[in-house]
Design a protein around this ligand. Sequence first.
Ligand code: GLN
Length: 275
Amino acid sequence: MTAQIKSLLLDERLPRLEVRMLLEHVLAKPRAWLLAHDTDPLTPETATAYEALAQRRLAGEPMAYLVGQREFMGHVFRVTPDVLIPRPDTEVLVETALECVAGLAAPAVLDLGTGSGAIAISIALARRDARVMASDVSAKALAVAAANAWDLTASLRFVEGSWYDAVPAGEGFDLIVSNPPYVASDDPHLGQGDVRFEPRGALTDEADGLQDLRRIVAGAPRHLKAGGSLWMEHGWDQAEAVRALLTGAGFDDVHSRHDLAGIERISGGRWPGHR
Ligand code: GLN
């Protein structure tokens, strides 16, 4: 008897869901197809392709890079090793961003260090009238973000450069958001699990973890309209320090919000003045 597709589903080296996701990816078929065709003959090509991915997974590569995509805010984003994999924890940043601009028509929004574009594109899709600009220092990351914008039919402007260097002079924003690298260079977390395969420059500032957050806060007043807001994601133990940066720079209404794990994950404030 020839082998059937379902023989691969019995692979006990990996969690069942991962086996299924890898197989769906190799076959380029959705879950429903797999359910109905699990007794189809297993071709040698499929078996070989599956095994190659299984080996990479067993060596620690993140699922999102193996299948080339990850869902965020209900949208499927393509991801490559040039970009950070979108995290569910970051959805609170998007939700907060959308609340900030809820009462504004055609808000101008800036996402610094956009990576896959997950944050900027999710905002642009939820607010079709928004004028969203997204920056990154990495041209490779911007190529991924631009492909995502195209696939998801979001329209936004991409600019290349380090933080505010990328932003054309004279642009004023109602909202600036960022999920910058905030892991300290000596954090052992960088050597563990999925993050080992992510771009180091998206994870750590190669300093104390607050370096880029400081830069983003310091430059925001020059780029925010009066009454505009700045919100940043940060590490589990950085909320107090980031609130102090915001207060010290003159922001009002400075506060933090929790992620799904109950950790203070984002902090932000409002630049004084009336719109
Ligand atoms: N939250 C990520 C992690 O802990 C870090 C993301 C970031 O630096 N922006 O791996």
